[in-house]
Every structure is written in C-alpha cells, then in structure tokens.
Design a binder for this molecule. Sequence first.
Ligand SMILES: [Zn+2]
Length: 152
Amino acid sequence: MDMELDPPEPNNELTTTEGTSSLDLVLARNLDRMSQIYNVELQPGAIRVWQRAMAGQSPRLVEWAFEEYFKTGKFPAKPADIYMLIRQHQETPRHDDKQFRPCGKCEFGWIRVYEGMTVGTVLGRRPVDPKVGAVKRCDCFLQWAAQRKAAA
Ligand SMILES: [Zn+2]
C-alpha cells in the first residue's frame, strides 16, 4: 500500500490573519475544508482566485454557500459553483415576496366554514350546508391580493 500519510503542509498564505478581511478568513477556512473533504491539494494562488471571484460578497453568504455546496457537491467547488448558490439565494427572497404565502391557519388561502351564507353567483345567497361546508378566502390571501393589486 502506498498511501500518502503526510499531512498537508501548512500554507502560510491560508493561515495568516494579518490584514485579512473576514471574507478572506471565510475563504481560507472553507478552501482548507474543501481540500480535506475532497482530498485535493489546493493550487498555490487558489486563495487569490477565490478572493477575486468573491470580492464584495457578504462573508456570511459565502460561508453559507460553501456549507450548501459541501452537502451535495461531489467534486471540489469552483468559484462559479459558489457564486451560483449565492445568486440563487439572493434572488429567491425577492422572488418569494410576490408569491402567495399562506398564514398557516388556512389551507393555502382557503378556510373551510360550516355556517354562514354563501355568496354564490349561480345559486345566490344561501345558508352553508353544515354537512358539506364551504370555503372562503382567508385574510392572508385577501391581504396578499390587495397588495398585489396595489403594486401592479
Ligand atoms: Zn390564511
């Protein structure tokens, strides 16, 4: 068996903390983890490639993206992989704001009722059959619809 048991040489470039930002530290830590997880040796200068690629990104978001990547990534991450995750994360909440989110007390914006009057346009107002029940829009949906209308 010719297993290489030598520990990776400590890389001063990755461990120095002098004059580094928290983004640099996040990158250094996660590149270090990456080399352990995937059993690869980082190219000298890898940290600088990553620093340039991630410049201006929030360290917390970069940290999060590495975590996400490590869960499913089968190969060492490239800056593009991490960047994609960050972008998806940044775009998702904005996208979600326009989506209807039920309050949790209703069935996706509908509430089942077993009393009261229906507002049916075909059969007219009539009492709700307590055995069958009826559905009405929940306040959360009405609020969302009103906001959407106002924003349009
Ligand atoms: Zn609701």
